[in-house]
Design a protein around this ligand. Structure first.
Ligand SMILES: [Zn+2]
Length: 204
């Protein structure tokens, strides 16, 4: 018996193969119908602050459903769906830095979604960044403060070396988050800052 599909919960019926019997085949997490919905886009973007961003998927219906079920319905098991692909995309030589969760959101959610993705991909990471807390007091609106104040600071224990750092986030939309994180790491001495995101959402 195999485990059910992580998305539709139907049994995964992939027939018996000699690789399967010998456990040489990679364990499937999705049924054939669900896995067909996910089409790799491999979008690469380059820039001056953030040297390179590799996004594995476009923000299509399949990824929107996955993100909703993973992040908002907190179906943690869904991190397994992309574990192997993320592991390959991350490689093995750069220092991996997850984008931290906003403290306000940490209360709403019970798990750190980016760190969980990395845990399931079995890639070690360093939590070098801390989200700054934005004060809601005062006459300026919360939106104005969010635009003015930095999103991150370096963790007290962080030492930055002149090497390549690889930021990881689930979704890349405007790029503000990733660019601010890249800027901070570069000011502290990072030679190159790249990023890998699962999803690239292009806003119209
Ligand atoms: Zn399915």
């Amino acid at each position: 018996m195999t485990d059910p599909c992580l998305i539709c919960m139907k049994p995964i019926n992939d027939g018996l193969t000699w690789q399967g019997l010998l456990n040489l085949e990679k364990k499937k997490t999705l049924c054939a119908d669900c896995s067909k919905r996910f089409v790799r886009a491999d979008i690469i973007e380059e820039g001056p602050v953030l040297d390179r961003v590799h996004s594995l998927y476009a923000y299509d219906d399949a990824m929107r459903d996955w993100l909703h079920q993973y992040k908002f319905l907190q179906d943690v098991a869904l991190a397994d769906v992309f574990a192997d692909e993320l592991k390959k995309a991350l490689g093995g030589k750069d220092i991996i830095v997850p984008i931290p969760m906003h403290p306000e959101r940490a209360v709403e959610r019970t798990f750190s979604h980016v760190e969980t993705l990395l845990d399931r991909a079995k890639r070690p990471y360093r939590q070098l960044l801390e989200k700054t807390t934005v004060s809601v007091m005062g006459e300026k609106s919360r939106q104005e403060r969010l635009q003015m104040e930095p999103l991150f600071r370096l963790a007290d224990t962080a030492t930055i070396e002149p090497v390549t750092y690889l930021l990881v986030d689930d979704i890349y939309t405007t790029g503000t988050t990733l660019r601010q994180a890249a800027e901070l790491l570069k000011e502290a001495g990072a030679e190159r800052v790249e990023a890998v995101t699962l999803i690239r959402s292009i806003q119209n």
